[in-house]
Design a protein around this ligand. Structure first.
Ligand code: BGO
Length: 271
């Protein structure tokens, strides 16, 4: 059966470079349905049954930009076999914010930790084993511009897709948030696929309009969910969307503190 490998990551993380390296001349370019966002697909070199889709560069999976919506809809509706999440290792804290969202979507995720040449040049070190354990997915070091590691990362992604190994997110939020998410998950268990239950719970907690429209909740369920959200907002004295954003940033900051050893004079890829 054909394998769908989706490349996802922040703008400027090296996705185009990686996509070109992985697919060579085997590419077709079009637009995503109904929007003027470019869609690029290609066959993975050496694997005629693996289609690589280059998703738009995004910082988050909120529903506020066309690129975010295209990416969300693709992952939710087309169910790629595996997501290869390109992370700019020299800008790791900003990039991992998206990773925490991708790992909630019930699809296997492999991280291609890119720009490793920049990381090394800066004298920084990233403990990839610890990073993989903290994020719940495999991490392969790459330097797409030098063609280093890209093939290994893609081969690993294909293998994980073939094994059908799902990524389970390792991060948890504050206990009061987890309580609300569990309540929402219980209320929606019959309405969403089990592997995507946490993603839906988080999106409902954020009062994501697209997910609310899609699920068409009964007034009773919607009311109970709203009660759970409101109780958490009261306890944390903040709105639900900001609560999730802050919780993600705090989790990522902890991961970076544990896994990244910075040389104080280092620069990022954008310097
Ligand atoms: C320019 N290492 C290094 N050092 N650079 C990389 C790597 C890597 O592993 N991977 C990609 N780049 P895109 P998105 C550029 O274009 O693939 C570089 O947005 C320049 N251009 O070469 O476009 C890559 O698709 C002039 O750099 O990313 C590119 O995700 C001077 O990162 C940039 C210096 O890669 C973004 C760099 C005219």
């Amino acid at each position: 059966m054909a394998i769908k490998l989706a490349l996802a990551g922040n703008p400027n993380c090296g996705k185009t470079t990686m996509f070109n390296d992985l697919t060579g001349a085997n590419q077709y370019v079009g637009n995503w349905p109904g929007v003027t966002v470019e869609k690029k697909e290609g066959k993975l070199r050496g694997h005629k049954d693996v289609v690589v889709t280059d998703l738009p560069g995004i910082y988050s999976l909120s529903p506020y930009t066309l690129e975010e919506v295209v990416t969300r809809d693709y992952i939710m509706n087309e169910h790629p076999s595996v997501i290869m999440n390109l992370v700019d290792g020299s800008n790791i804290e900003r990039n991992l914010y998206l990773t925490t969202q991708l790992t909630e979507m019930g699809i296997p995720v492999v991280i291609a930790l890119n720009m490793m040449d920049v990381v090394r040049k800066n004298g920084d070190r990233i403990d990839t084993q610890k990073l993989a354990a903290a994020l719940g997915c495999e991490v392969v070091e790459t330097s797409a511009v030098k063609g280093e590691g890209s093939k290994q990362a893609a081969d690993r992604a294909v293998q994980i897709a073939q094994e059908g190994r799902r990524t389970l997110p390792k991060h948890t939020f504050a206990p009061v948030v987890e309580e609300a998410l569990e309540r929402i998950q219980n209320l929606t268990a019959e309405l969403v696929p089990a592997e995507k239950a946490r993603w839906y719970a988080v999106k409902l907690f954020e009062r994501d309009g697209r997910v609310l429209d899609q699920l068409k909740l009964s007034a009773e369920t919607a009311g109970k969910i709203e009660e759970a959200i409101a109780a958490c907002e009261k306890a944390m004295d903040d709105d639900s969307e900001s609560i999730i954003t802050n919780e993600r940033y705090q989790y990522v900051a902890r991961v970076v503190r544990n896994c990244v050893h910075k040389n104080r004079t280092g620069m990022t890829s954008s310097d």
